[in-house]
Design a protein around this ligand. Structure first.
Ligand code: NAD
Ligand code: TYD
Length: 371
């Protein structure tokens, strides 16, 4: 992988697609870069990432030396840079992950969420539309927008899972900004005929997940003997999906989905937060010695603390993934059990990855949210 821009090769082995992956140094984006490079080795891959606090160049380190991959540091809100990149790299496909993604940060400071998630998505869409027009509107171009189930709001205990026709009812600045971006993507298909696709996925977990999110935060705090902060009564429900399953779903939608369509993606793994944290405690306790860890406490369960609830905390999310299963033949390969085992093993063996992320900036953020 190089960091400089270069032109599209014209050899007989020329790649089939030239894909721009925004946010490719973040959690899901970097897993997707690994997935795409393995699944489509002939394609040319351009990663555009601003390297905010959540972006980490080292997530792609094992791809260094891949001649079909280049990394560009830049902001999706920078129209000139985006336009130049689309043109110089002859991009025909966009997988759009770049976003501000953490609900708690959106409560502390919503401005960055509007800027990146709404203005940034608009900028990218508009520049891609201009580029598509200059190429005479090829029908095989694709713009896939990666979004979240949080746009649908919160479910009551007996409600059916969110389907693609559930009305939007976002409750946090994060989900409201993602809903805004989803609407723009939809409008670009209906107004201009730009071949767009949208995925709305449930909570992901797995390698390269930034420490501020529930699962990595709990694992890391157990290893460091710090309190495990459970919001409210711990009875909020999330539907968890292993990140590689999400990447395979995005690949299916990109390669076989119908332009203009939305596909919901979920793991069929609804769990209450407290139950999830307790499962993680058991897993870490069982697995830590195998990876050379001596835990600071006899049982991580002792570290669980109920803390003040998140404002506007959605009670329950659940996805009805019938459409993607039926139309695109996708379903998750990991169960929650196998996915959590893989994830715990990854954090136990990658202290060198997560320790540097517990920076001063992170500690300042942590104090604001948890004290
Ligand atoms: P993340 O916060 O881990 O990564 C976001 C990446 O985007 C980072 O690398 C960051 O540097 C980059 N970025 C931020 N602002 C940018 C900008 N202005 N220009 C260019 N790059 C910028 O997020 P994630 O958890 O990997 O989520 C990726 C996408 O998937 C987001 O759009 C999110 O809404 C969506 N999503 C996430 C989940 C989840 O559980 N994490 C579930 C469903 C959908
Ligand atoms: P999170 O990983 O932030 O994802 P999201 O808010 O996008 O669903 O949180 C998952 C759930 O865990 C959510 O219900 C909030 C809860 N939570 C805690 O109880 N404690 C924590 O420290 C964090 C970060 C989250």
């Amino acid at each position: 992988m190089t960091t400089a821009s270069s032109s599209r090769p014209s050899s007989p082995d020329a790649p089939q697609r030239c894909i721009l992956i925004t946010g490719g140094a973040g959690f899901i984006g970097s897993n997707f870069v690994h997935h795409w490079c393995a699944a489509h080795p002939g394609d040319r891959v351009i990663v555009l990432d601003a390297l905010t606090y959540a972006g980490n160049r080292s997530n792609l380190a094992t791809l260094d030396g891949n001649p079909n991959l280049i990394f560009v540091q830049g902001d999706i809100c920078d129209a000139d840079q985006v336009a130049a990149l689309l043109k110089s790299e002859s991009i025909d496909t966009v997988a759009h992950f770049a976003a501000e993604s953490h609900v708690d940060r959106s409560i502390l400071g919503p401005g960055a969420f509007i800027q990146t998630n709404v203005v940034g998505t608009f900028t990218l869409l508009e520049q891609f539309r201009q580029h598509w027009l200059t190429q005479e509107q090829p029908s095989d171009y694709r713009f896939l927008h990666v979004s979240t189930d949080e746009v649908y709001g919160s479910l009551a205990p007996d409600d059916p899972g969110f389907s693609e026709t559930t009305p939007f009812a976002p409750n946090s600045p994060y989900s409201a900004s993602k809903a805004g971006s989803d609407h723009l993507v939809r409008a670009y298909f209906h107004t201009y005929g730009l071949p767009t696709l949208i995925t709305n996925c449930s909570n992901n977990y797995g390698p390269f997940h930034f420490p501020e999110k529930l699962i990595p935060l709990m694992i890391i705090n157990m290893l460091l003997g710090k309190p495990l902060p459970v919001y409210g009564d711990g009875q909020n429900i999330r539907d968890w999906l292993y990140v590689e399953d999400h990447c395979r779903a995005i690949d299916r939608v990109m390669t076989a989905g119908a332009p203009g369509e939305t596909y919901n993606v979920g793991g069929n793994n609804e769990v209450k937060n407290l139950d999830l944290v307790q499962t993680l405690c058991d897993l870490v306790q069982d697995m830590a010695p195998t990876f050379g860890w001596e835990l600071p406490v006899a049982s991580p369960q002792e570290l669980i603390q109920f803390v003040k609830d998140r404002p506007g905390h959605d009670r329950r999310y659940a996805i009805d993934a019938t459409k993607i299963q039926r139309d695109l033949n996708w379903e998750p390969e990991e169960t929650l059990e196998t996915g959590l085992q893989k994830t715990v093993a990854w954090y136990l063996s990658h202290r060198d990855w997560w320790q540097p992320l517990l920076s001063e900036e992170y500690q300042a953020y942590y104090s604001k949210v948890y004290t």
